[in-house]
Design a protein around this ligand. Structure first.
Ligand code: Y12
Ligand code: CO
Length: 174
């Protein structure tokens, strides 16, 4: 399956993703194709909507202390729901759909997430720190929300100006 990353300001990123009801081969093929794309793009998280599939599925692979992302660390999360949250944490976020831009965003420090795996089995996970941030970032994609939406008015204005330049330069280098 050939996938491409959808980039802001593409309207498809604003779509609300639909619940996954069937845990079949097409879902597995999508997840299987998302993983190498995320890794080769130097990503640590990717939601299905970012590859133009508006379904409530996301993958994560948080680098270990050596900066590696071994396959056994891959987490596939389907139909996630946050059932508990606590604390606050600020982190400079980036997104494969908003290339070359990073900005501080405030998130919950710890969360509990109920979700399903690729076979439809129900799971519960407690996440802290970077994993918690990544899950919240990717879950926002399922609602059509991007991390840039969380910036102050002034920072968002600054982003739009900088991003215009980034897009122009990327277009010229293609
Ligand atoms: C913390 C904050 C945000 C997340 C969500 C997942 N975000 C990413 O995986 C972002 C990846 C990313 C990779 C980039 O590529 C390189 O650095 C080579 C990048 O830069 C360019 O596109 C040039 C931007 C974002 C998880 C945890
Ligand atoms: Co993102």
């Amino acid at each position: 399956m050939k996938l491409n990353i959808v980039e802001y300001p593409d309207k498809r990123l604003r779509e609300k993703s639909k619940e996954v009801k069937v845990f079949d081969e097409p879902l597995h093929k999508l997840l299987n194709a998302m993983n190498p794309l995320m890794l080769e793009s130097n990503g640590i998280g990717l939601a299905a909507i970012q590859v133009a599939h508006p379904v409530r599925a996301l993958i994560l692979n948080i680098p270990n202390e050596e900066g590696e992302q071994p396959p056994e660390n891959l987490i596939e999360i389907i139909n996630p729901v946050i059932t508990d949250k606590s604390g606050e944490i600020m982190y400079q976020e980036g997104c494969l759909s908003v290339p070359q831009f990073y900005e501080d965003v405030k998130r919950h420090e710890s969360i509990v997430v109920n979700y399903q795996d690729r076979h439809g089995n129900t799971k519960i996970m407690e996440a802290n720190g970077l994993l918690s941030i990544a899950i919240q970032h990717e879950m926002d994609h399922l609602e059509g929300i991007l991390f840039i939406d969380k910036l102050s008015y002034a920072r968002r204005k600054k982003f739009e100006k900088e991003y215009k330049k980034i897009r122009k330069e990327r277009k010229q280098s293609k």
